[in-house]
Design a protein around this ligand. Structure first.
Ligand SMILES: O=C(CO)[C@H](O)[C@H](O)COP(=O)(O)O
Length: 241
């Protein structure tokens, strides 16, 4: 990964943790590469400030990171209400709607992130778009029950157009298998969409478990650049430097 991008991810993560993590909180821990910097910062602050935190993972990756870093692991069954969830995103539009699931963890991420009072996104500046699909060209991730993948692909293509690709594994023969033992379809689309309609349609197809559309849920997005951090405030699309 390019050095400038890493710096941006780290800067966004540090700022988000410093602004939103407080003592005695239950925190959702997202997935991906940016969140690793947030975990590093949480660990630093736990040691320095003796913070008492419960960390609820959004994936196998997040759970491993929580355990390996000696943080306190929690589950939604014990902590169904989170104070804050910090997570990455693949793209964020001007209204803070997100596409997530590039790492295939969208379902658990959506469940955990929706349980948080404050859902905070951390990302490098490449993810900052006016509309979804402007920069992110790998499509909308959709988690499906394995036996349904073919009819779901056909239904999406015939109704919405574009291409619905079954995500294939890089170091295994065959498809990517999610933490929930399901498959991922990446819907490659063209141009701007009515995302609320798309989401409702996708959820109506038998076999679709969840989509990577996180609409109207992020409270704040931190985009890190090499030089500055920009926090976007939901609603007015305001930016603070
Ligand atoms: O949604 C995700 C995983 O399902 C990630 O949060 C998203 O892909 C961003 O990852 P990264 O921080 O590596 O850019």
């Amino acid at each position: 990964m390019e050095e400038g991008i890493k710096v941006g991810k780290k800067a966004a993560a540090i700022r988000a943790v410093d602004d939103h993590v407080k003592d005695n909180q239950v925190i959702g821990i997202g997935s991906g590469s940016t969140i690793i910097y947030a975990i590093d910062r949480i660990v630093e602050r736990v040691k320095k400030e003796n913070l008492k935190l419960i960390c609820v993972p959004t994936s196998f990756q997040a759970e491993q990171a929580i355990l390996e870093n000696g943080l306190s692991l929690g589950q939604l069954s014990m902590y169904p209400k989170l104070d804050v969830a910090i997570d990455g995103a693949d793209e964020v539009d001007a209204s803070l709607n997100c596409i997530k699931g590039g790492g295939g963890c969208l379902t658990q991420e959506k469940i955990v992130d929706y349980c948080a009072r404050d859902f905070i996104v951390v990302a490098d500046e490449r993810k900052d778009s006016e509309f979804l699909g402007e920069k992110w060209k790998r499509g909308l991730p959709i988690e499906v029950i394995p036996m349904s993948y073919k009819p779901v692909q056909l239904k999406i293509q015939n109704t919405l157009g574009g291409t619905a690709n079954l995500r294939m594994a890089a170091k295994k023969a065959g498809p990517v298998v999610t933490d929930n033992s399901n498959f991922i379809i990446d819907w490659i689309f063209d141009g701007e969409q009515d995302w609320q309609k798309v989401d409702t349609f996708l959820h109506s197809i038998p076999g679709v478990l969840e989509t990577g559309l996180f609409l109207q849920t992020a409270k704040m997005v931190y985009f890190g650049t090499v030089e500055v951090i920009i926090g976007q405030i939901i609603g007015g699309g305001k930016r603070k430097t």
